[in-house]
Design a binder for this molecule. Structure first.
Ligand SMILES: [Zn+2]
Length: 103
C-alpha cells in the first residue's frame, strides 16, 4: 500500500489492517460479508471461483488433523481474510456442504 487510507473508494479512514488495506469498519464488513462494501454479492458462493475453493480446501485440509487451538492450524478466519470471502462461506465449504463436485 502506498497510502495510509482505506482502499475502498470514497473511504478516507486510515488503514487499520495493513495486509488488506482496509479501515476497521471495512475490514469488519470484509470478514462478515466477504467484501468490504458489506453487500451480499450475488448469492452464496457465486463470487468464489472453483479454483479459489480448491485452494481454500487444500489449505484447510493440510492442517485439519491438528487440534483446534494448535498455532499451526489454518483458521477459517485466516482463510476468509486471505480469500476475501465470508467465514460462513468457508465453514460451509469445509463441512462439505458445497463444492463437493470438485473432488
Ligand atoms: Zn474504509
Amino acid at each position: 500500500m502506498d497510502n495510509d487510507t482505506c482502499k475502498v473508494e470514497g473511504c478516507d479512514r486510515l488503514i487499520k489492517i495493513k495486509r488488506l488495506g482496509l479501515c476497521g469498519a471495512h475490514y469488519h464488513r470484509q470478514v462478515r460479508y466477504g467484501n468490504p462494501e458489506g453487500r451480499t454479492l450475488n448469492h452464496g458462493n457465486a463470487h468464489l471461483t472453483a479454483d479459489m475453493a480448491r485452494q481454500i480446501l487444500s489449505r484447510y485440509n493440510a492442517t485439519k488433523h491438528l487440534p483446534q487451538r494448535h498455532p499451526d492450524r489454518v483458521k477459517l478466519r485466516t482463510l476468509a481474510e486471505e480469500f476475501g470471502v465470508a467465514i460462513s462461506t468457508i465453514s460451509i465449504m469445509v463441512r462439505g456442504q458445497t463444492w463437493k463436485h470438485l473432488d
